[in-house]
Design a protein. Structure first.
Length: 404
């Protein structure tokens, strides 16, 4: 079902923002990403506020992989966040911009990646992914004669491809016993992460399971758990906007489906209640969060120029979807706004990029009075899992313009 009001309100707000952008920065910089640090800061503060309202002891880490433009991480740090990194490259970037509280998570960390974490052990906590990684980390830390703060990732969805992450819940006790035999590791906590949450159901269900496992630990082992990191995966409230008939590649006017997400305040209320009922009734530890998409999604937009109008219902833009790194708009819907001829009305027209491949689609329609060569187009809220996936494919990666 299409909810025209959600979309038209969104379009209206972004027309205002886009017009301001052209007014301040001009029309000569396309294609580009337009980045708004103020949006990251206000999202980060809203996220913190929602959970701090309920929970006594919290820490927040921005998941760098969702948008690895360093200014996004910088804006998160300025809002009181730490950083959640999942590679040596992300860790080095985090250290370079001055992050002082970093969690390093992810499968298959190499020795050289672990070494960076060991050298900077005052700033980095390692969230270990397996029993063998525990042994590897102990070895690297012993070699450097350092003690490393660490936790373990627990798998919260041991089916299909998500099996690759972490250890199984029923192995937690064994993991803790093994970590006690590692003199260079200070075991301090547990992490889990579930993705694509439109509501808190998955997180709440896993918190219950985790509570049962914690209940089976000895009193002294329970005391070792100083933090529980419940990951990210919060979907922004506008939800997911999909073309339902995208399977049919020849359908050039697909229907839309809107899958709304609950507000962050509702996530916070339900998750906090589950934490009080299942975790805080046993241990008084810190709760950590690793939101990515929720923080950065609305902070970056793509700005393009129409370079060629080939038919009345087909235009080509100066940038290509190498700027987002995948064929996003064949499945996802985002409004294409004609900033040069604004109107709250959507018209049919194929909006295609300039890459030499047919899979270079921005959209099947645009919002505006008309569309002509030289017009400036905006695709709003492309901050999450686009910039990080950008590729130097056929065309260069566009520049980032920081606004204001
Ligand atoms: C990707 C990831 C996140 C961020 O997920 P979002 O859906 O962007 O909030 C957080 N934690 C871990 C461990 C991740 O892999």
């Amino acid at each position: 079902m299409r909810d025209p009001e959600i979309i038209s309100t969104f379009v209206e707000q972004n027309f205002i923002k886009g017009r301001q952008f052209i007014h301040t920065i001009g029309k000569e910089l396309t294609p580009c990403y337009l980045f708004e640090p103020a949006v990251v800061k206000s999202r980060a503060k809203a996220f913190k506020r929602a959970f701090q309202y309920h929970l006594p002891d919290t820490s927040f880490y921005y998941a760098v992989k969702s948008n690895n433009f360093p200014d996004v991480s910088q804006a998160a740090i300025e809002s009181g966040f730490g950083l959640d990194v999942s590679s040596g490259a992300e860790l080095e970037m985090a250290l370079e911009i001055g992050a002082k509280d970093i969690v390093f998570s992810g499968p298959g960390k190499t020795e050289s990646e672990l070494d960076i974490a060991v050298i900077h052990s005052g700033k980095v906590k390692v969230l270990m992914d397996s029993f063998t990684e525990l042994k590897r980390l102990e070895k690297r830390a012993a070699k450097a004669d350092r003690k490393v703060r660490a936790g373990v990732r627990i798998n919260s969805d041991p089916k299909g491809l998500w099996r690759k992450f972490g250890i199984l819940l029923h192995d937690l006790n064994d993991f803790i016993q093994m970590s006690k035999n590692c003199p260079h590791i200070s075991f301090q906590g547990i992490q889990f992460h579930s993705s694509w949450n439109m509501g808190p159901e998955k997180q709440v269900a896993f918190i219950k399971e985790l509570g049962q496992t914690i209940a089976s630990l000895s009193a002294s082992d329970k005391k070792m758990i100083r933090f529980i990191d419940i990951g990210g995966g919060y979907w922004p409230e506008q939800g997911e906007w999909l073309h339902v008939s995208s399977a049919n590649k020849n359908n050039l006017n697909p229907e839309l489906h809107i899958n709304c997400a609950v507000s962050i305040e509702d996530f916070a209320m339900e998750i906090s209640r589950a934490l009080f009922e299942n975790i805080h009734n046993q241990i008084g530890c810190r709760i950590c969060f690793e939101p990515g998409r929720w923080i950065c999604n609305n902070s970056m937009h793509i700005i393009l120029k129409v370079i060629d109008k080939k038919y009345h219902n087909m235009v080509i833009t100066d940038g290509g979807t190498n700027a987002v790194g995948w064929e996003r708009f064949e499945t996802d819907y985002f409004p294409v706004l004609n900033l040069s001829r604004p109107e709250i009305k959507e018209r049919e027209c194929l909006i295609l990029g300039s890459l030499c491949t047919p899979h270079d689609v921005w959209g099947y329609r645009y919002w505006g009075k008309d569309i002509q060569e030289g017009d400036i187009l905006m695709i709003p809220t492309q901050g999450a899992y686009t910039y990080s996936l950008r590729q130097n494919f056929i065309k260069d990666v566009p520049q980032v313009i920081v606004f204001p």
